[in-house]
Design a binder for this molecule. Structure first.
Ligand code: GSH
Length: 213
C-alpha cells in the first residue's frame, strides 16, 4: 500500500515530513487534516495520533507519529539517500541542529500555543508575531552559528539532512510571522538552494492539494 500522509499544508511538522518523503523519492498520498476546523481532534484522527497533532504517516502497515521519529524511520527503512551522515559524532551534530528547530521553536509558537496566548490577552497579529518571532530569532541565531561551523551548502555538509528538513519549513513560518531574515545570511543561502531543489519544491505548502488558493 502506498504511504498516506495525514497532514496540513501549512503545518511545519507536516512540511518537514513531506520533505523527508520527497528526498527519499517515496510516492505517497495525502489525507488532509484541516487544523483550522479542529479536524486534528476528531475521533478518526485521534485513532491515528492520540495526541491530536499533525502529522501521522501510514507506511509499511504502521501508523507513525511525531515528525522527527518519522524522519528517523524513513532514514532507517529507506537508507538512500541518507538524511544523516555516517559516524556517531556527525549524526549527533545533525540531530542537535534539527532539535534547535524541532524542540526550540514550534513547541513555543504552534497553533495551540498561539491560541493559548490569545486567551491570555495577546489578541492582535503584531503581538502574536512578536511572540513567535522571539523564539524563531532565538533558534535562528544559534543555527546561523552552527551552520557556520558545519555547513557546506546545506546545514551540515554538502547534502540535505534532517536539519534542512526542519530549517526550511521554519523559514517559511518565519516569513508568515514577518521575522526579518536579514541577520541570517547562511540560513537565507540554504533557503535559496532548497527553493531550487525538486524535493523541497514538491513539499512546499503552496503545492499541496489542501492549500488555500
Ligand atoms: N512534536 C510533534 C508536534 C506536532 C505539532 O505540533 N503539530 C501541529 C502542526 S505543526 C498541530 O497539529 N497543531 C494543531 C494544534 O495545535 O491543535 C511533531 O513533531 O510531529
Amino acid at each position: 500500500m502506498v504511504p498516506v500522509l495525514h497532514g496540513y499544508w501549512r503545518s511545519g511538522t507536516s512540511y518537514r515530513t513531506r520533505i523527508g518523503l520527497e528526498l527519499k523519492g517515496l510516492a505517497y498520498e495525502q489525507a488532509p487534516v484541516d487544523l483550522r476546523t479542529g479536524a486534528q481532534r476528531s475521533e478518526a484522527f485521534l485513532r491515528l495520533n492520540p495526541q491530536g497533532l499533525a502529522p501521522a504517516l501510514e507506511i509499511d502497515g504502521l501508523v507513525l507519529t511525531q515528525s522527527m521519529a518519522i524522519l528517523e524511520y524513513l532514514d532507517e527503512a529507506y537508507p538512500e539517500p541518507p538524511l544523516l551522515p555516517p559516524g556517531a559524532a556527525a549524526r549527533a551534530q545533525v540531530r542537535a541542529m534539527a532539535d534547535v528547530v524541532a524542540c526550540g521553536i514550534p513547541p513555543l509558537n504552534n497553533l495551540r500555543l498561539l491560541k493559548a496566548i490569545k486567551e491570555l490577552g495577546v489578541q492582535d497579529q503584531a503581538g502574536q508575531n512578536a511572540w513567535a518571532g522571539r523564539w524563531i530569532n532565538a533558534g535562528f541565531e544559534a543555527l546561523e552559528r552552527l551552520i557556520g561551523q558545519h555547513g557546506s551548502g546545506w546545514c551540515w555538509g554538502e547534502a540535505p539532512t534532517i536539519a534542512d528538513c526542519c530549517l526550511i519549513p521554519q523559514v517559511y513560518s518565519a516569513r508568515r510571522f514577518e521575522v526579518d531574515l536579514e541577520p541570517y545570511p547562511l540560513i537565507r543561502a540554504i533557503d535559496l538552494r532548497a527553493a531550487a531543489h525538486p524535493a523541497f519544491q514538491a513539499a512546499h505548502p503552496d503545492r499541496q492539494p489542501d492549500a488555500d488558493q
